[in-house]
Design a protein around this ligand. Structure first.
Ligand code: GDP
Length: 547
């Protein structure tokens, strides 16, 4: 008969490279990725399920509790809790089949999108979660733009099929239109909401039937070689069976064929359907993910590309996180290995400081715990204790002087003047602001004229976090005064004469950022446009790479 019950088969969509050396095998089995989605689409739920399938956690609910219980003692985490948003980014490592997966969690709230951007510089691919009832939402679009800047390959998961939502074809059209990326469905939903019956795997021609449950991991499926088979009607009902037949016929006429190279260049996204909370479609997604998503690839430095197959060690810091452990007030630098093998205690060159440092107690972040790491490979993220010597963007290598590129500062859009309540705390204020600027938590500007501290942020919640941390960690009591600036631009020019005139005329709008770069603060884009007209040789930059 044409249809029979069986286990899901492994049937590869792509040819895999044949590698021999142990080092190359380690690279080939690594997958480092982030999840992008609009808040509430189901990122946390999916993360949890991925960890569950990977065996990294045993129980549903674990990821949510990480958001609340563990950090309950930390005050600034209270902001996160009160507002129900995830401010911080963490790294979770887990295994699935033969793969070692690093999942980099990103803050969902748009006020922390700078942080999200930096995290996405450290991934090799992304998973996009979309709520089937809502389609593409604002934050999805923004994050997609970020992925596009680096041509990050994206796999899409349409979530919440157990609820009534948009027609699957309409969701695809919505993605293609709003995100300008070709969709290639690799699975297809059979019904939705109360009538959700399961998904059809277009590649393997298998149906997996849906049973709502948060605890099972569906593995059984039914192989359907011919959709015309009347057994399909028995399985899912005549209505759903006919709808599936119609949909698939439409798809065969209209849908793009899957092209691996096109996906790798972020021109095409494979699409899967499911329900994260019910564990449905998650295994299919994970199987496709490990198979399709790229292992660590080459990365750009200011001088050359670095290939992961190079055996000499290199990598960069993309995030610094304070208060991971509130009891110790520690600061951890998250470091992405780009080439070479890390071994515990190895010495590396810290190129910005021009000195050697020892990576003695680096940490990996397993799903629920931290543990010391003895070895790590390209694609892995290690945590290094930071005593104020590591900044975002810092490159470490075992010999060659390199500087990885692509970790910019974004021009802030919100500004506040810091008013210190107790002038004797000036030193602590300086220290706190400098450290938080180095962590990328907030941007700090010193006006050319006067002694003020001006903070710049991409999202206003950053100010709240900064103020709370100043008080908790540095004992500084301060308040903010509003400022009328709405944008900042980093300034440069080859015309030295014009630059001098510009500096003279606009001295009250000029400031130095934490790294001493000249910045122009303006009250609106009309003001910037006007200034640009008067000083045509001045270049106003919206982003600036850390040095
Ligand atoms: P995040 O903000 O993107 O991390 O989203 P969450 O994972 O916290 O999910 C947001 C809400 O959607 C929660 O109430 C989840 O229980 C719910 N949710 C997640 N996945 C599903 C799903 O597959 N079906 C339904 N009906 N609800 C879901």
């Amino acid at each position: 008969r044409a249809a029979h019950r069986g286990r899901r088969t492994e049937q590869s969509l792509i040819n895999k490279p044949n590698v021999s050396s142990q080092y190359h095998k380690e690279i080939q089995k690594r997958r480092t990725f982030g999840i992008i989605s609009h808040p509430d689409a189901g990122k946390t739920t999916l993360t949890e399920k991925l960890l569950l399938f990977g065996g990294a956690i045993q129980m549903a609910g674990a990821v949510k509790s990480r958001k609340t219980a563990v950090h309950a003692t930390s005050d600034w985490m209270a902001i996160e809790r009160e507002r129900g948003i995830s401010v911080t980014t963490s790294v979770m490592k887990f295994n699935y089949r033969d793969y070692e997966i690093n999942l980099l969690d990103t803050p969902g709230h748009q006020d922390f999108s700078e942080d999200t951007y930096r995290v996405l510089t450290a991934v090799d691919s992304a998973l996009m979660v979309i709520d089937s009832a809502k389609g593409v939402e604002a934050q999805t679009t923004k994050l997609m733009e970020v992925c596009r800047m680096r041509n990050t390959p994206i796999i899409t998961f349409i979530n919440k099929l157990d609820r009534d939502g948009m027609e699957p074809l309409d969701i695809l059209a919505d993605i293609e239109e709003k995100l300008q990326i070709e969709c290639v469905p690799l699975s297809w939903p059979i019904g939705m909401g109360k009538g959700f019956k399961g998904v059809y795997d277009l590649h393997r021609r298998q149906i997996t039937l849906f049973t709502p449950s948060q605890d099972t991991r569906p593995e059984d499926c039914i192989v359907v070689q011919d959709l015309a088979d009347p057994m399909l009607d028995e399985l899912v009902g005549v209505f759903a069976a006919n709808k599936l037949r119609e949909d698939i016929e439409l798809l065969q006429g209209a849908a793009n064929p899957f092209e691996y190279e096109h996906y790798l260049k972020a021109g095409q996204t494979p699409v899967f359907f499911g329900s994260a909370i019910n564990n449905f479609g998650v295994r299919e997604l994970l199987d496709a993910f490990v198979e399709l998503s790229p292992p660590p690839g080459p990365r750009a430095t200011t001088t050359r590309m670095v290939d992961p197959s190079e055996e000499s060690f290199s990598g960069f810091t993309f995030k610094i996180q304070a208060n991971m452990d509130p009891a110790h007030r520690d600061r951890i630098a998250f470091f992405r290995i780009c080439s070479g093998k890390f071994t515990r205690g190895m010495k590396v060159m810290h190129h910005r400081l021009g000195k050697e440092i020892s990576l003695s107690n680096a940490t990996v972040f397993m799903a629920q715990e931290r543990s010391h790491v003895d070895e790590a490979y390209p694609g892995d993220i290690i945590g290094i204790h930071n005593h104020g010597t590591i900044k975002i963007g810092d490159t470490f290598t075992d010999k060659e002087e390199l500087k990885f590129t692509g970790i910019p500062n974004f021009a802030p859009e919100h500004f506040r003047r810091v008013v210190l309540k107790n002038p004797l705390k000036m030193k602590q204020l300086q220290k706190g602001l400098l450290q938080m600027a180095e962590e990328g938590a907030v941007q700090v500007f010193r006006p050319i004229v006067g002694n003020d501290y001006i903070l710049g942020a991409v999202g206003v919640l950053q100010f709240e976090v900064t103020m709370t941390r100043l008080k908790d960690e540095y004992g500084v009591d301060a308040t903010y005064e509003p400022l009328s600036y709405t944008l900042a631009r980093w300034v440069s020019s080859d015309n030295k004469q014009q630059l001098r005139e510009f500096e003279k005329k606009h001295q009250f709008n000029l400031a130095l950022d934490a790294e001493g770069h000249l910045s122009y603060l303006a009250e609106g884009s009309w003001r910037l446009a006007h200034t640009q007209e008067l000083f045509p040789d001045i270049v106003f930059h919206k982003t600036r790479e850390s040095v």
